[in-house]
Structure formats: C-alpha cells, structure tokens
Design a protein. Sequence first.
Length: 227
Amino acid sequence: MRSRNTALSLPDPSPFLLSHPPFHWLGFRRHRSLSTVMGSQASTLLEEIKKETGFSHGQIIRLYSRFTSLDKGDNGTLSWEDFQRIPELAIDPPGDRIINAFFPEGEDQVNFRGCMKTLAHFRPIEDNEKSKDVNGPEPLDSRSNKLHFAFQLYDLDEDDKISRDEMLQVLCMMVGVSISDEQLGSIADRTMQEADQDGDSAISFTEFVKVLEKVDVEQKMSIRFLH
C-alpha cells in the first residue's frame, strides 16, 4: 500500500453499511416462533442456519421474527418491494446496492435462509471463531468474505472489477451534492491511480484487498446483533 491516503480516498464500506446504521430495522417488536410457522422442519432449519452463518439460536429466532414482519404477503420470502418499505433503505441511494446484495443473480425473491447468509457477512468476528478448523469452510464473516461483499457493492456491472465510472457513481451515492463534480472526478482519478497496480484502468479484487490492507474492515463491516 503506497500511503494511508489511498485507503481514505477509496470509498469506505461504512457509508453503505453502518452510517445510518441501515440495519437497525433488524430490531424486533414481536416474537414469532419458527416452529409456529414451519412445524417439524424448524429444528432442522435452525441448526442448518446456525452452522452456515454462525448466528446463535436466539439471534436466528429474533431475526426470523423481523423477517416475517417484513413479509407482508406471508409468502415465506421477501421481495424488492418488501425491502423498499424499510425507510432507511428507501430514502438513501446506496440503499439500492444493499438491497441488491440480498438477491442472487436473476432472483426477485429471497427466503429466510438466503437473507441470513447475507446478514452473516456483518457478524463481528469473535475470538473463538479465529481458532476454528482451517480445513472447514471459511466463515461468512471472515475478513476475506467481508471484503468480497464490499467489493460487490462497488462493482456495479458485476464484471469483477471497479472502473473509474463505477468509482464515480459510488462517490456520488456517498456524498450527493456536497462536493462539486470536479472534486469528485479528482478523487476518483487519484483513487484509480493509486489502487490500479497493473495499469488496466480498473481495480481488481486483489487490488481492492491491497488498498484496504490497513483498514479495520472487521470493525467497519460489523453489526452487533442481539443474542
């Protein structure tokens, strides 16, 4: 990494993920049991989600309660429109990028299991997780997976690289009209120059990781979920 300014000029995941914080809608008001809705399959599903995501039983149940309250059609899935009902996501342009992250390519609905896999990227990395079996699957909340998730927010056309135009669009989302177009262009140009190590006029994931190597990504992309 050439300088600390590189990381500062690269758009920070936190405006997308924590500045509102956009996920405080995950608080809940009513407790709806998984078993009430899914019957005998609930216990199996609970264990599978716990294993896949690292969430505790209590966290899963609380998040399921919130999931069902957003599922206005009682379909067992959430649509784009369901997410748009969340004021913090609907009124802020970066909210669209956050919503997109919940939907696999070509899908217009996400079930609870899929929703939990996305949210798992924002779990804090606990001390006991750092010593897990190295031969097992990498946790969704690992530094590498958090960075990959953040990279996808910037890769607007999903071609596995960040162009200057994409950088400029992300900057516009983050700062709106608070600075001039000329200033935005200057920031985008400087970031591309410092991060684009191979000179192909784009930032690859490897370059993205390099430019953020001294940034506390684990803290910036973590949300404290109630147990």
